[in-house]
Write a protein that binds this ligand. Structure first.
Ligand SMILES: CC(C)(COP(=O)(O)OP(=O)(O)OC[C@H]1O[C@@H](n2cnc3c(N)ncnc32)[C@H](O)[C@@H]1OP(=O)(O)O)[C@@H](O)C(=O)NCCC(=O)NCCS
Length: 95
């Protein structure tokens, strides 16, 4: 997790993400990592977690929904990689 934005007013909001090696998916490791992360955040002065998911990414959507994230909306073509623009779907979770 890291700061959502630098401005002080956003100081109790964090952006979270998790990345596994390509051959490590589908074995519950993402779930274990997020469980540990949210246990650690429980002791911090934070109020909201946000996650941006480049779509489509079914594994990430399911992982975030498992942890109580709700879909907020999609920013269109705000990311660029692999030579093209990508939409990013944003999810939020109460902490
Ligand atoms: C997204 C990611 C972290 C998920 O971690 P994981 O260890 O594979 O996930 P888990 O095994 O803990 O499973 C979590 C959920 O995702 C589902 N899932 C896992 N791999 C999947 C796949 N390849 N396709 C569809 N669903 C999948 C599981 O069934 C489970 O769903 P459920 O809660 O409805 O049962 C991992 O796939 C990853 O690192 N992907 C590449 C990087 C990435 O996209 N990171 C997220 C950026 S927003």
């Amino acid at each position: 997790s890291g700061p959502f934005r630098a401005k002080p007013a956003y100081g109790t909001t964090v952006e979270v993400t998790v990345y596994l090696a390509p051959d490590a998916g589908g074995r519950g490791i993402g779930t274990l990592l997020y469980k540990a992360l949210f246990e650690a955040l429980a002791g911090e002065d934070v109020h909201r977690a946000l996650a941006g998911i480049v779509t489509p990414n079914e594994a990430s959507v399911r992982l975030h929904e498992r942890f109580g994230f709700r879909y907020v909306g999609t920013y269109r073509e705000v990311g660029r990689k692999f030579g093209r623009y990508w939409d990013v779907a944003w999810y939020e979770k109460d902490l």
